[in-house]
Design a protein around this ligand. Structure first.
Ligand code: TRP
Length: 362
């Protein structure tokens, strides 16, 4: 079976370093190492509309922002098919058939949907139908491209589980047709869920605690220097704590052994640095400056590439159009298989026509 990698992002804002360590960096690495047959990366604008119905401009405007982020981190449209979800109408048709494979109670048990229902109250009566059923449309996204590997964050686990259930149910009823995907999670805890600069559990636009890939150097500096560390580490000589200390979590996500030789030769490794910090006698400012150097080295080329792509926006839309055309052709092939398996390809199914003819003939 061909190895197909697929993943997507909702265009509700520019992408931040949480997205980067959680999935983007991995995609670029996979892309450049090869060892798979095809990679699809898409902008999930239709899914973003399921909970932004009253804010379509936000979704539309962020499509190009996300595309710029993709290109600037090094996704290469020559190697990776980059497309816009809403441009693939086949996904809607697949979703419509998959809806018959899922019960209301199963959707209500999906943790993401469940949280949303609780947030809105009214026993879920006020939840938009489109939002309620988006796990089904996500199953269409994944199966339309026969994805085998889906690199995403931990929060997407329930979506992948639900997709696998739909695949199994469909294949059970109609015969082996759809491919069951597996999730590819980041391999380190810091990358799995990067906290915000304020130390809060998650980097999120609404909390204003994000470092964006597109932040300029002074903004990056300001954000890093005001990061949350250890509230009990008041004097330099006080012992510091690593637990919940965002600066050290970011180091876990970004620091490589060679950074010490380059920026801070007094320490030989992150463990040695952590040792000194927990012993006491190491100030937060020094650690932050080190982190800033590491982040700036990683983000400066991304920022520079973005600036270049920003100069030719029509070319970026053109790249998305070509990607969407290619993606559509693939999704159409899967849809054909699905219609065939369901035997609703009436006009191409000669046997069916003969069967029916025989049945009616006296
Ligand atoms: N739900 C994903 C998110 O919120 C985006 C997404 C939509 C996706 N369809 C997908 C991810 C298919 C992986 C595969 O980030």
């Amino acid at each position: 079976m061909p190895k197909v990698i697929l993943t997507g992002d909702r265009p509700t804002g520019r992408l931040h370093i949480g997205h980067y360590v959680g999935s983007l960096r991995r995609r670029v690495q996979l892309q450049n190492e090869g060892g798979y047959d095809k990679m699809f990366v898409f902008i999930a604008d239709a899914q973003a509309l399921t909970d932004n119905a009253d804010n379509p401009d936000k979704v539309r405007d962020n499509v190009i922002e996300v595309a710029l982020d993709y290109l600037s981190v090094g996704l290469d449209p020559q190697k990776t098919c980059i497309f816009i979800q809403s441009q693939i109408p086949e996904l809607c048709e697949l979703s419509f058939y998959y809806m018959n494979m899922v019960t209301v109670s199963r959707l209500q048990r999906n943790p993401t949907v469940k949280t949303e229902i609780q947030m809105r109250g009214f026993g879920g009566e006020s939840i938009p139908v489109g939002f309620f059923t988006y796990p089904i449309s996500q199953a269409a996204d994944i199966t339309a491209f026969e994805a085998t590997t889906v690199p995403v964050g931990e929060d997407q686990k329930p979506m992948l589980e639900q997709t696998c259930e739909i695949v199994r149910r469909f294949n059970h009823i109609y015969g082996e047709t759809l491919v069951e995907p597996s999730i590819l999670l980041p391999d380190n805890a810091a990358c799995l869920r990067l906290p915000g600069t304020d130390g809060k559990a998650k980097m999120s636009k609404s909390l204003g605690n994000c470092i964006y890939l597109s932040d300029d150097a002074p903004t990056l500096k300001k954000k890093v220097m005001s990061m949350y560390t250890d509230p009990e580490h008041i004097h330099v000589e006080d012992p510091g704590h690593l637990e919940g200390n965002a600066v050290f979590t970011y180091l876990d996500a970004f620091c490589k052994p060679e950074h010490f030789a380059e920026y801070w030769p007094e320490y030989e490794s992150l463990d040695a640095l952590k040792d000194h910090y927990t012993r006491g006698g190491l100030g937060d400012m020094k650690v932050k400056k080190f982190l800033l150097k590491i982040l700036d080295a990683e983000l400066a080329p991304i920022r520079a590439r973005r600036k270049e792509y920003e100069q030719d926006i029509p070319a970026v839309y053109d790249m998305l159009r070509r990607g969407s055309e290619e993606a559509r052709a693939t999704a159409a092939r899967t849809l054909d298989k699905v219609r065939c398996a369901m035997r609703i390809n009436y006009f191409d199914d000669k046997e069916l026509i003969e069967e029916q003819a025989k049945k009616f003939k006296q």
